[in-house]
Design a protein around this ligand. Structure first.
Ligand SMILES: [Zn+2]
Length: 290
């Protein structure tokens, strides 16, 4: 039986990965050594990996029980102009093709920009393109889930509503919920309380069903922000993000899936998240006892 609850890891190989074997294979081994359960391959500049290396990554992930995902290149825009779109599409499809070969089940990507237009117009452009990507992957026998990420700036396609719309409209698409981005996006310090997070998770459940809460893919870090949203990621301890309340909310709703840490402290903060969540689960269980 699959383990319930959340597993933790980093986006990119842990900082403490030894030089030999370094890279993703070393990173998977290091993650397992530290008691982490997931790793996201940070193919954020480009997808440059051989099929042989993918097979090695897949075998290492399976041997160490590390759940793998891929962060696709930053330069993807579902709302790109007609000339740019084929290049954007290729980056996403390459990430999905090689990611699947490497044993990844989920492909995370930044959905793009509104280009100053209304969100609805961006979505009308984005949805058929994304639907076709999934159809092409399935035709090629590739079962990966595509995960548009919630973005930290209000000018970017990727509000919670945007990503939920994509997930609702297209089988094979689910959101990657970056809670730090959702906190930074309004730019006023909101989306940082237990009540707001419970409400947000209830919205996810309402849109995707109870199952949606059991297969969450979460990105998390501390975050610096201004009126327009995200500036940069921070270590948890140096930010105002009330992560303890977030993990209380996640444990209360019985969330399952993965949490990938994007703090500059990488595995140190991933383990802090893991510990915080374990404590929250324990407390919730105590409260549930008669
Ligand atoms: Zn991202």
């Amino acid at each position: 039986m699959a383990k319930a609850g959340l597993v933790f890891g980093t986006v990119g190989t842990p900082l403490s990965t030894p030089k030999n074997p370094g890279g993703t294979v070393g990173g998977i081994r290091r993650a397992a050594e530290m008691g982490l359960g997931a790793l996201e391959l940070a193919w954020v500049q480009s997808v440059r990996v051989s099929e042989g290396k993918c097979a090695e990554i897949k075998a290492t992930g399976a041997a160490h029980h590390i759940a793998l995902s891929v962060h696709a290149p930053y330069f993807i825009n579902l709302n790109a102009g007609a000339e740019e779109w084929p290049r954007s599409r290729k980056r996403l499809m390459d990430a999905a093709h090689y990611g699947y070969l490497a044993g990844a089940t989920d492909i995370i990507f930044h959905p793009g920009s509104y280009f100053g237009g209304p969100p609805q117009a961006a979505l009308e452009q984005a949805l058929p393109r994304l639907r076709q990507c999934v159809a092409d992957l399935r035709a090629a026998g590739n079962p990966v889930t595509l995960r548009p990420e919630t973005m930290g700036k209000s000018a970017m396609l990727g509000s919670l509503e945007d990503t939920l719309s994509m997930a609702q409209e297209i089988d094979g698409v689910l959101p990657c919920i970056d809670f730090a981005h959702l906190h930074a996006r309004p730019g006023d310090g909101s989306v940082n309380t237990y009540a707001e997070w419970v409400a947000l998770l209830k919205r996810v459940k309402k849109t995707l069903g109870a199952r949606g809460l059991k297969q969450l893919h979460i990105h998390l870090s501390g975050i610096e922000y201004g009126p327009k949203g995200e500036k940069h990621h921070l270590p948890l301890a140096e930010s105002d993000l009330k992560y303890k309340d977030l993990f209380r909310a996640l444990s209360e709703v019985g969330a399952g899936g993965r949490v990938l840490c994007e703090s500059p402290k990488m595995e140190e903060d991933a383990r802090l998240m893991q510990k915080t969540y374990a404590a929250a689960v324990k407390k919730a269980a105590q409260r549930a006892k008669p």
